[in-house]
Design a protein. Structure first.
Length: 290
């Protein structure tokens, strides 16, 4: 009997501990508003930096850049806080002020959207253009390397220029042929050509060797430039999303790379602008109903 009572007490104690370790209703009510508030702060901070930098880029002087950045920050702060302020004012029965905040918010939001659009479009456009330039440069270098390698494969001369010059110095040429042909640099007659046939062949071999060395130097330079380029497969990797959408919809929906670009800009613009609404939702969930 004592064993049974002891077992019952242990089970009851375990149940009480399990219940006490469960998050209370108050804790669960705090988690979601906290997540929304933190998310809104992250979005708002991103929008602040984005709009401040974009506004400052239009300043002709440092002072003008600072003033424009301050205006951009102020507009973004208003876009973030006006929805929450309107909700709080309405909840406190300040209807007129709540309506004023609600009317001001779309205008402020439009200004921030314009700045965000300019920033996103400019940076995405510059990024895609840079990737396209890297792809084009890499393609040109590869074609140039292929052409040089084909030319190099057609050259069979293996001796160095110094070795050929030494061979020229060892070759005997009559004095009259050496003088009349400007040290065997130009042909003058059949007799002179015959007299210095060996030197002429060496001069041709020397020219071929110099051309071979120039090709090797150009190829080495191209390989170095190609190795320094970033590894880029396509100018805009997200353009594949259009092909994927077309494949999923069996061609019913066709998205061009330009359409994908517009969607990316829209996503980057809309995300920071939601900070005000997300903050209002978080504060509303964290407020006890009256």
């Amino acid at each position: 009997m004592a064993t049974t009572c002891m077992g019952t007490d242990v089970v009851a104690y375990a149940e009480r501990v399990a219940v006490s370790e469960r998050p209370s209703r108050t804790d669960r009510a705090i988690i979601m508003p906290a997540i929304l508030v933190v998310t809104s702060i992250a979005l708002g901070a991103t929008g602040l930096v984005l709009n401040a930098r974009f506004a400052a880029s239009f300043g002709a002087t440092r002072d003008a850049a600072v003033l424009l950045a301050a205006i951009g920050v102020a507009l973004d702060v208003l876009a973030m806080t006006l929805p929450a302020a309107a909700a709080q004012l309405w909840n406190r029965r300040h209807r007129v002020f709540a309506l004023v905040a609600g009317v001001l918010w779309p205008g402020v939001l439009i200004m921030t959207l314009l700045a965000a659009t300019g920033f996103a479009a400019g940076n995405l456009g510059d990024g895609i253009a840079g990737r396209a330039r890297a792809v084009e440069t890499a393609s040109e270098l590869r074609h140039g390397l292929e052409r040089l390698r084909l030319q190099r494969a057609g050259i069979g001369e293996q001796r160095s220029v110094a070795e050929i010059e030494a061979a020229v110095a060892r070759t005997r040429v009559p004095v009259w042929a050496w003088r009349d042909t400007r040290q065997c640099a130009a042909a003058d007659s059949a007799d002179s050509r015959k007299a210095r046939a060996g030197v002429l062949r060496l001069r041709q071999d020397e020219a071929t060797a110099r051309r071979r060395d120039a090709i090797d130097a150009d190829a080495q330079e191209m390989e170095s430039r190609l190795a320094m380029l970033p590894t880029v497969g396509t100018a805009d990797p997200t353009s594949f999303a259009g092909e994927l959408v077309g494949w999923v919809t069996s061609g019913a929906v066709v998205l061009s790379p330009r359409d994908i670009y517009r969607l990316r800009v829209a996503g980057l613009v809309v995300a920071p602008s939601l900070a005000g609404l997300v903050l209002a939702f978080g504060l509303a969930l964290g407020t006890r109903p009256r």
